[in-house]
Design a binder for this molecule. Structure first.
Ligand code: DO4
Ligand code: MG
Length: 278
């Protein structure tokens, strides 16, 4: 079942049928350990509507309100290797290898809603950056109690030139206006996503594919619950949180994003997140 944040409320989609909840706020609906069951019950008490698709095309927003967006790093071997290469002249190579093996994962604060766009929005590259990539990441939706209640798709936009110059510049490489996209919806289900779930990234420039890659979430070095337990150790989240689980797709070192590029990330059964670079 898919939950969309739209201007007029919350739009539920299941098997092509849409139900609009106009009197619900995103924060209280999503921050619930039983959101799947609650959504099923809401579908029974709200008649199906026939203009769901048109509401989606005109009213869709990023599926986040007061939640903080955090991110995990170096959780796939490809991210470790890519970062060791980009920081080899800065003496940072060793840190990435160590965090990949360590018990404690890398977790960092990414953004709150005002720096995030939804599907169809424009992500940005920093003016003081020369080497930029999207990072397509399975993103967990977590309640205040620390339960994973759903999934969305995230793009953790990253400056490789700034992080590669010195890993201590990570917050500047990662957090700036338009630094992340999440969406298009929150996928909720009774069961967790299967381990053969694929993350697919395509980058198009003037209608031509300039990069394409794919990774299975079975390649994730850590369990989603392990990442959540570290995140919730000493931080409380009164409205719940979103946690990007790291990238397993890093374009080759000769690739950098350009203004106008279209970034498409697909994770079925969640859907597709599409953004252009401003
Ligand atoms: O270590 C820096 C950030 C890592 C990251 O964002 C990732 O692996 O996805
Ligand atoms: Mg990342």
């Amino acid at each position: 079942m898919k939950l969309y944040k739209v201007k007029s409320g919350i739009l539920i989609e299941q098997d092509g049928s849409f139900h609009l909840l106009e009197n619900e706020t995103w924060d209280s609906f999503i921050n619930d350990d039983n959101v799947y069951r609650k959504a099923l019950e809401s579908m029974k008490s709200h008649k199906p509507i026939n203009n769901g698709q048109s509401i989606l095309s005109s009213e869709q927003e990023a599926p986040i309100q007061s939640q903080e967006l955090w991110a995990a790093g170096v959780t796939y071997i490809r991210s470790k290797v890519g970062r060791q290469e980009e920081s080899k002249n800065a003496g940072g190579g060793d840190f990435y290898g160590r965090v990949y093996e360590a018990e404690r994962p890398e977790l960092f604060f990414k953004a709150n809603a005002n720096r995030i766009v939804g599907s169809g929005g424009k992500v940005r590259i920093r003016k003081d950056s020369k080497w930029d990539v999207p990072e397509p990441e399975l993103t967990l939706v977590i309640s205040s109690s620390g339960k994973i209640v759903g999934y969305t798709i995230g793009n953790d936009m990253s400056s490789r030139s700034i992080e590669g110059e010195n890993p201590l510049y990570l917050p500047q490489a990662k957090t700036y206006d338009g630094c992340a996209a999440v969406g298009p919806c929150i996928y909720v289900s009774k069961e967790p996503l299967p381990s053969d779930t694929l993350i697919h990234l395509e980058i198009k420039r003037k209608d031509k594919t300039v990069f394409e890659g794919e990774v299975e979430i079975s390649q994730l070095k850590r369990k989603p619950e392990e990442l959540v337990s570290f995140l919730y150790r000493e931080c409380s989240f009164p409205n719940g949180s979103l946690l990007m689980t790291g990238t397993g797709i890093v374009p080759t070192n000769d690739f950098t994003l350009q203004s106008g590029d279209e970034i498409t990330i697909t994770i079925e059964p969640i859907g597709t997140l599409i953004n252009t670079v401003e």
